[in-house]
Design a protein around this ligand. Structure first.
Ligand code: GDP
Length: 347
């Protein structure tokens, strides 16, 4: 399904030109590295990656390139692909993070974000995911009494996909709806409640105040921001604003199937400290995927086979060193240098 992530194509194309340069270099020295890193820096900035994130990226990668011992069976260019891949994975969040569902049921998920970011659609997709992949029963609840037909939209999504939503009672306030939902699940036994909240076209005081009130009333275990990846750096600053008010526990990026720059995905974790847990790749109910930083890094670089090759070479080197140490121990020539080399290997 990763093939649908059109959003990253631009970045892939830009980074390829930096790697074309690296492929030609013969040594991992500062002069050669600088020129290639300049190209990577440019690719990241042109892809709308935040300046602070780009700077940190280059600062972290540079010392790993310079003076690094090139493994026997790979080229300097291939080593660099692996170093960049590792840093990209780290920037994207390292490991996939699960939803926070380890709590006495019903677990409450509060879905927040700007209007049009894909909140309602994502709420329904999330329900689908929780039922199909985690085998838990859930209830969908719309707290959006402002946008005409927003509650109806969620109800229709639920009905069309044979999912359960809280019946609409006209005239109720969001807080009243939230209380009614909690009461309903204490009778019908759903393990998870997904609350879709009202958004605005931009952050405003009233929306934030209402969110804070709902947050206090609901006491959610998972606070998920839905952010439109097409809006690039705006998505990142919006996430930061929400995070200040209610500590987000996750971000879902939508519209990764659209032709954009991909910078939001790369900057989000680093800027907000909050993990991306899901990607939305279309309008259909099952077009929600767990965000795996390593797979995304692979998708961006498009060089999975090179990464595997270098990992294999690193593993071969470790095995070779172990054999050398065994030999040295046998012959009684294990020196402080051997010990240092072992420590380096372990690191
Ligand atoms: P809300 O106002 O935040 O609740 O946004 P909606 O859930 O109503 O979504 C707005 C529009 O974006 C709808 O037409 C959705 O079908 C569409 N949409 C949501 N997520 C995605 C996505 O990942 N990809 C694409 N292409 N469209 C999406």
């Amino acid at each position: 399904m990763l093939g649908y992530l059109i959003m990253f194509d631009n970045l892939t194309n830009k980074i390829e030109s930096a790697f074309a340069y690296f492929n030609k270099i013969t040594r991992l020295d500062e002069k050669q590295a600088d020129e290639g890193l300049r190209k990577i820096r440019q690719a990241l900035l042109e892809s709308d990656v935040a300046l602070s994130v780009t700077k940190k990226f280059i600062e972290n990668v540079k010392p790993k390139i310079i003076g690094k011992e090139v493994l026997k069976s790979v080229t300097p260019g291939q080593m660099i692909v692996k170093i960049v891949y590792d840093e990209l994975t780290k920037t994207l969040g390292d490991k996939a993070k699960d939803l926070n569902l380890n709590h006495v049921p019903p677990v409450k998920i509060l879905v927040v974000g700007l209007q049009g970011s894909g909140k309602t659609t994502t709420s329904a997709k999330l329900g689908h995911f929780i039922e199909k992949k985690l085998s838990k029963k859930f209830l969908l609840v719309s707290l959006d009494i402002y946008r005409p037909a927003a509650q109806k939209q969620l109800e229709v999504l639920a009905t069309n996909n044979k999912m359960k939503s809280l019946p609409i009672v006209e005239g109720q306030l969001p807080i009243e709806i939230a209380k009614r939902a909690k009461n309903a699940t204490s009778i019908s036994g759903e393990e998870v409640i997904i609350f879709d909240t009202a958004g605005r076209t931009q952050i405003d005081q009233q929306m934030m105040m209402e969110l804070k009130m709902l947050y206090n009333e609901i006491n959610p275990q998972e606070i998920m921001l839905v952010a439109d990846s097409l809006t690039g750096q705006d998505a990142v600053s919006i996430a930061s604003e929400f995070n200040k008010l209610i500590n987000l526990t996750s971000i879902t990026l939508t519209r990764l199937d659209a032709d954009g720059k991909g910078g939001a995905a790369l900057s989000m974790k680093s800027v907000t400290g909050c993990p991306i847990k899901f990607l939305a790749t279309g309008e259909k109910i099952d077009q929600l995927e767990i965000f795996h930083p390593d797979r995304i890094a692979n998708r961006i670089l498009g060089m999975g086979d090179v990464v595997t090759l270098v990992e294999k070479a690193q593993q071969d080197l470790s095995e070779e060193k172990i054999k050398e140490t065994e030999e040295e121990l046998k012959q009684g020539i294990f020196t402080m240098n051997s010990y240092l080399s072992q420590l380096r290997q372990m690191k």
